[in-house]
Write a protein that binds this ligand. Structure first.
Ligand code: AMP
Ligand code: FES
Ligand code: ZN
Length: 312
């Protein structure tokens, strides 16, 4: 016999939320999701409606659900969609297509940074460098820098990303295992601007699982990318996620528990862990822990490699 939705008590339930012990129909699930995002934004004081929020959207389900949910939760908020085209054959054009479709559907302003048009490099060029086996890591550094650049260009006050509960809890756990305290601290739901003039960074989906984002997209008719990044296959990050998923298999609260314990721990870590002193990068002027920032180092490395290839 079909189960009745616990909220409206009329429609058939299609979704079970284990941590809330709720069976919901599609419409009540969408309401539940939007309320949970709003509640997270309020609990962590992520932003107020008088600010401009830039959403980094990749074309994937998490950031697509985030943009859609924010648009519905805050009809008066100025939202700007920010996308980085990484120049990955087939994949990047597909992602940008999905992003454009969503921005048009929601009538949200979209800004695209095309890595090749702007910098004459593509993520695949890292294959010719020492980052050959760490393309995702180099790509992460490139993307984070460009998000900041796009945020400044479009004058957004707050930069929101679609990092979900599974991502954050998994990375927190891993950073803990390896003692990467700096990186653990950086997983806070709200990160203050690196320097004056930079955006606050927030993670409104930190309490929402990957599966909930998928269901949100399906029920809200949000189209998202159907292919995976060719560089993410078999990476150590993927293997670590698998290990973490095995740990959480029999406990629906596991990821929430990991997240909550680390959120308690981070302020203590911040007290005992010296803050990195930031200076301006000599090349781009962005905040950096050394005289040349990680982004500029990687761009210079790739450009030199391409130039040398041309000479030979
Ligand atoms: P990832 O690091 O790929 O797990 O992505 C984490 C978050 O970064 C996503 O949820 C998006 O908010 C953002 N993001 C990743 N890739 C892009 C991209 N190419 N353009 C814009 N935002 C992105
Ligand atoms: Fe960056 Fe796949 S999206 S390497
Ligand atoms: Zn720099």
């Amino acid at each position: 016999m079909p189960i009745t939705c616990r909220k409206c008590r009329s429609a058939n339930a299609e979704v079970y939320i284990p941590y809330a012990r709720l069976s919901l129909c599609p419409k009540c699930f969408l309401d539940f999701y939007v309320r949970r995002v709003k509640r997270t934004i309020e609990d962590f004081s992520m932003f107020t409606e008088d600010l401009t929020v830039g959403v980094a959207i990749s074309g994937g389900k998490d950031s697509a659900a985030l943009l859609h949910a924010l648009h519905h939760a805050y009809p008066n908020l100025r939202l700007v969609a920010l996308h980085v085209n990484l120049g990955i054959p087939k994949y990047s054009a597909h992602c940008q297509g999905k992003v454009e479709e969503l921005a048009k559907m929601l009538d949200v302003e979209l800004h695209v940074f095309n890595l090749y048009k702007e910098l004459k490099i593509r993520i695949g060029d890292f294959e010719k460098t020492i980052f050959k086996k760490k393309i995702c890591s180099a790509c992460g550094t490139i993307k984070r820098h460009i998000f900041e650049e796009l945020a400044r260009k479009t004058k957004v006050d707050v930069l929101a990303t679609g990092h979900n509960l599974d991502d954050v809890a998994g990375i927190m756990f891993n950073n803990f295992l390896y003692g990467h305290w700096d990186q653990l601290i950086r997983l806070k739901p709200v990160l203050p601007p690196l320097m004056e003039g930079f955006a606050v960074k927030v993670k409104p989906l930190i309490r929402i699982s990957e599966n909930e984002n998928l269901l949100y997209c399906l029920y809200a008719d949000v189209s998202f990318r159907e292919i995976g990044c060719p560089y993410s296959k078999g990476t150590s990050a993927k293997k670590r996620t698998k290990d973490f998923n095995n740990l959480s298999k029999n406990n629906p609260y596991f990821r929430h528990q990991v997240l909550n314990r680390f959120l308690e721990l981070i302020p203590m870590l911040e007290n005992i862990h010296p803050k990195t002193v930031l200076v301006k990068c000599q090349v781009c002027g962005f905040p950096s822990s050394g005289s040349i920032c990680a982004f500029c180092k990687r761009v210079l490395l790739v450009k030199n490699t391409i130039d040398n290839d041309l000479v030979v």
